[in-house]
Design a protein around this ligand. Structure first.
Ligand code: PGA
Length: 251
């Protein structure tokens, strides 16, 4: 049985004051024990969140990390080992905003994924197609290529300690959500791609859906057989809404 996971990607949102408020809201949530909960604050607020959530079973992750696992001369970057030292246990790899806006491509993402695992962080690999790619009928091809680049370099075994988030780019922050069936179809294809290499890894890995998930659509999405929770952007900035999404995953 895969334990569902609900993760909040705060993106570039928050001030010390608003983060303190959000921490209080999260502390007040009654969390179902069957769901793993994580938040990904901006780097600047990670220490505040780690301290603020002490004793609450919510993991903290980073939205990005360096291509090298240790310390070194890499101005402006933060390494996975530094994130572990700061109390992180997870890191997002290849969020579409970084692929598109920061030009991150497979080569760099493979290094980030490997460096994260070398330091003991669990990478959450984000994959997904643009609207143009979906309309051209290329969704499965794109997603399979993004996943395949990691499998080819690091082996399918790398996914024994990783999470995958399918996030159609056209559904991120747009209010458009993939229908539960659209999401399920892609999730099933992702699991089948892994299963072709190793069925145990495929059955164990959590596949999260992301893209305009809200309390109102979470139950239906999480009810699909290959959707093991969600990566939540906008709705994770409101503790009550985020709490309702977590409860949806617990049902
Ligand atoms: P959204 O973002 O929930 O605001 O659409 C999801 C994400 O980008 O992880």
């Amino acid at each position: 049985m895969r334990r569902p996971m609900v993760a909040g990607n705060w993106k570039m949102h928050g001030t010390r004051a608003s983060v303190a408020e959000l921490i209080n809201g999260l502390r007040d949530l009654a969390l179902p024990s069957g769901v793993e909960v994580a938040v990904f604050p901006p780097l600047l607020h990670i220490s505040q969140v780690v301290d603020g959530l002490k004793g609450k079973s919510i993991s903290v992750g980073a939205q990005n990390s360096a291509v090298e696992s240790g310390q070194g001369a890499l101005t402006g970057e933060v390494s996975p080992s530094q994130l572990v030292d700061a109390g992180c246990s997870l890191v997002l790899v290849g969020h579409s905003e970084r692929r598109q806006l920061m030009g991150e491509q497979d080569g760099v993402l493979i290094r980030k994924f490997a460096a994260a695992q070398a330091s003991g962080l669990v990478p959450v690999l984000c994959i997904g197609e643009t609207l143009e790619q979906r309309e051209a009928g290329k969704t499965l091809e794109v997603v399979s290529q993004q996943l395949g680049s990691i499998i080819d370099e690091l082996g399918v075994g790398a996914f024994a300690k990783a999470v995958i988030a399918y996030e159609p780019v056209w559904a991120i922050g747009t209010g458009l959500t993939a229908s539960p069936q659209q999401a399920q179809d892609v999730h099933a294809a992702i699991r089948a791609q892994l299963a072709a290499e190793n069925s145990e890894v495929a059955q164990g890995v959590r596949l999260l859906y992301g893209g305009s998930v809200k309390a109102a659509n979470a139950v239906e999405l999480f009810g699909m057989p290959d959707i093991d929770g969600g990566l939540i952007g906008g709705a994770s900035l409101n503790a009550d809404e985020f709490g309702a999404i977590i409860r949806a995953a617990g049902n």
